[in-house]
Every structure is written in structure tokens, then in C-alpha cells.
Design a protein around this ligand. Structure first.
Ligand code: B12
Ligand code: SF4
Ligand code: SF4
Length: 294
């Protein structure tokens, strides 16, 4: 099969709003052992959908057997210049905002407890735009269609969050950054305020050569900042994470750290990350915070 032109393919993604992208081979990154260790170390039960067939999750070819290469993209949803707007962008009616912006799972008892304590539930930065799954999927479907027009015979599948693909290790293998101690994909220029999404490609495209990244060094800011004590040793404990409790689970609590006021998602392990202080990614219009939603 002919090799495709990696630069031409990436140009399509960058024109569509990705702030960074890279091509990697569809060979699985060496992540299975770490993934298993992270699941085994969980204090509470691991959800079936996450634990099911770890080999499949760690190997994208099991999800798309025709994949030869993978295009991985980072889409910023926040940057340092938006920081001063955080308070102003908080909706007056968080519950109404969550309904209107398409968030299907929330934790009403938690929201009620925060209200009863006189705390207006905070919406985290990634949830201030419209639901990103649909927005990024549309963009990537379009990139795939354009790429198929340029590279005859090209087929592929779009992934963004909901597919059984380990997006952070894949992005790291592609050379887009590294997984920080908060477990998130961190890029020196964009920080961690970006979503990961991409395409499998049925044609082979030469892989990018991953650059060297500084890594976290001796920094421990995220571990120190977590109000729930969910981060240690590069792992996240789901049973403690507030983001888990307010976006995936819909009941229970009170939870350790809930007085921090997060009603949907939680940004504490990213706010003090030194790489986010100077994050300079351009937020594409389809991921901009919703300033008017009623
Ligand atoms: C499940 C899930 C969640 C769960 C669990 C998060 C988690 N860290 O696992 C919950 C609901 C808590 C969650 C929260 C958030 N999420 Co989420 N989530 C996912 C999802 C669907 C799967 C992640 C996964 O595979 N988890 C399983 C764990 C085991 O994998 P892992 O984190 O890579 O684990 C690694 C470490 O534990 C490490 N490890 C294990 N053992 C050891 C030992 C040592 C010594 C070391 C050093 C490392 C190490 O290796 C493991 C394998 O890489 C991905 C989308 C996807 N399909 O990939 C989005 C995703 C990770 N989420 C995303 C976002 C934006 C968030 C939030 C920021 C939202 C918010 N503001 O609340 C928070 C961040 C919380 C956090 N600190 O991670 C983005 C992250 C983008 C980025 N820049 O990284 C993703 C990629 C979605 C997307 N398409 O953009 N999420
Ligand atoms: S999202 Fe919040 S609760 Fe979860 S690990 Fe990060 S700081 Fe801790
Ligand atoms: S806060 Fe520090 S340790 Fe945590 S992800 Fe950022 S650089 Fe790494």
C-alpha cells in the first residue's frame, strides 16, 4: 500500500482547528501493563466498560483492524488568557446550563448539597463549551472526508473519548506530550487544557518522530492540589475523584473534597500545573466557552 503524505494530512487537521497533531503507527503503545496496574490499584470498583478487554483498549487495531496509522490531534478548550474570565463565564444557573449544554449525567444530590451549604456549583473549564464529543466528532468526520478526497482508497474511524481507545498514551506515543502526574496528556505549549481526538487510517502514513519533552520533573503541584486525595504515584483513584462523582456517577456522597464546590468536573489538579500557566493554544470557535446559552 502506498505511503501517504503526512504533512498534507496534518494540514487538514490543523486547518480544521487542531492546535497540534501527529501521526503514529497503529502498533500498540507499551501501555497494557501500566493500565492493568492502575486498574488493580483502584480502591473501589472499576466500571465494567473501563475494565472490559484491556488488550482491546490498549491496541487500536483491535478496534479498527484495518488501521495502519493513526492521526492524533489536540483541540484546546482553554488557555492562560481565558483565565481571568473564569468567574464571569460561570453560568448564573449551573443546573440549567448543564441541561442546555447537553450534559446527560450529573449528580443532583451533590448539586443540592452544595446549594444547601450556600455554594454555587462550579462548572469546570472543559464543560463551559457545548458538549465536546459531538463538536470534535463532526470536525474529525470532515477531516476524514477531505483526506479521503486527497488520498484515494483511504478509510478510517473517528475517536474522541467514547471509543475503547487509550487516547492519552496514544497521544504521548505520537509525540504530542507526556502523561503528567495528574495522568493527563500534557503538552509544553498547550498545557493540559486540550481534548484528544483522532482518526485511524487504512493507509500507511510515515510516523512523526516524537520530540523530547521536559516531563514533570520534581513537581507535585497536582497531587498537592487535589481536594480529594485522589492522585498518587502517577495514578488516579476513581473512587475519590470528584470529576468521577459528578460526571459519571449520579448519586452518593458526601464525598471527600466536595466543599471545593465543583458541581460538574473538577480542575484543581490542572489549575496550578506550571505548564498551564503559559498555555497558549488557540481555542477553535466550536470549543469556545458558551457566553449565551438561554
Ligand atoms: C475514564 C475517563 C475519566 C475518568 C477517569 C480519569 C482517569 N485519569 O483515568 C474521570 C471521570 C475521573 C475523568 C476525569 C477527567 N477527564 Co476524562 N477520560 C476518561 C477516558 C474515557 C478514559 C481514561 C482511561 O483510560 N482511564 C484509565 C486509566 C487507568 O488510564 P490512564 O489515566 O492513562 O492511566 C495511566 C496512569 O495510571 C499510568 N500509571 C499506571 N500505573 C502507573 C505507575 C507509575 C509509576 C506511573 C508513573 C504511571 C502509572 O499509566 C496508565 C496508562 O497510561 C478518557 C478518554 C479515552 N478514551 O481515553 C477521558 C479523558 C482522559 N478525560 C479527559 C478530561 C478532559 C478529563 C477531566 C480534565 C475533566 C474535568 N475537568 O473534570 C478530568 C481529569 C481528571 C484526571 N486528573 O484524570 C480528556 C483528557 C485530555 C488530556 N489533555 O489529557 C480525555 C482524554 C478525553 C478526551 N478525548 O479529551 N475522565
Ligand atoms: S479532577 Fe479533582 S478530584 Fe479528580 S484528581 Fe483532579 S483534583 Fe483530584
Ligand atoms: S502539576 Fe506538576 S506534576 Fe502535575 S502534571 Fe503539572 S507538571 Fe506534572
Amino acid at each position: 500500500m502506498d505511503a501517504g503524505d503526512t504533512a498534507a494530512l496534518k494540514k487538514l487537521a490543523l486547518e480544521a482547528g487542531a492546535a497540534a497533531c501527529a501521526v503514529t503507527s497503529a502498533a500498540p503503545p507499551a501501555v497494557l501493563a501500566r493500565f492493568r496496574a492502575a486498574l488493580a490499584a483502584q480502591e473501589g470498583p472499576v466500571p465494567a466498560w473501563l475494565a472490559r478487554e484491556p488488550e482491546r483498549r490498549a491496541d487500536i487495531k483491535r478496534w479498527d483492524p484495518s488501521a495502519r496509522s493513526v492521526l492524533v490531534c489536540l483541540f484546546p478548550y482553554w488557555n492562560a488568557s481565558l483565565e481571568k474570565e473564569f468567574e464571569r463565564l460561570q453560568p448564573a444557573d449551573p443546573e440549567g446550563f448543564l441541561r442546555a449544554s447537553g450534559r446527560k449525567k450529573t449528580n443532583p444530590p451533590l448539586l443540592a448539597r452544595l446549594r444547601a451549604a450556600g455554594v454555587k456549583p462550579k462548572i469546570s473549564r472543559y464543560a463551559l463549551p457545548r458538549d465536546y464529543h459531538a463538536a470534535i466528532r463532526e470536525v474529525l468526520e470532515d477531516v476524514l472526508a477531505r483526506a479521503a478526497g486527497v488520498f484515494p482508497g483511504l478509510e478510517g474511524k473517528v475517536f474522541c473519548d467514547t471509543s475503547p481507545v487509550m487516547e492519552k498514551p496514544l497521544a504521548a506515543a505520537a509525540g504530542l506530550g507526556w502523561q503528567g502526574r495528574n495522568t493527563l496528556l500534557l503538552n509544553s505549549r498547550l498545557g493540559s487544557w486540550s481534548f484528544v481526538g483522532g482518526l485511524t487510517l487504512s493507509l500507511e502514513f510515515p510516523a512523526d518522530i516524537p520530540p523530547e519533552y521536559p516531563g514533570c520533573g520534581s513537581c507535585r503541584e497536582c497531587e498537592k492540589a487535589c481536594p480529594a486525595g485522589a492522585l498518587a504515584g502517577g495514578r488516579l483513584d476513581l473512587s475519590r475523584c470528584l470529576s468521577w462523582h459528578n460526571t459519571m456517577e449520579t448519586a452518593g456522597g458526601p464525598f471527600p473534597g466536595e466543599a471545593s464546590g465543583w458541581g460538574y468536573g473538577c480542575d484543581e489538579c490542572q489549575k496550578k500545573c506550571p505548564f498551564n500557566e503559559g498555555a497558549s493554544g488557540t481555542v477553535p470557535s466550536f470549543l469556545g466557552p458558551l457566553r449565551s446559552w438561554e
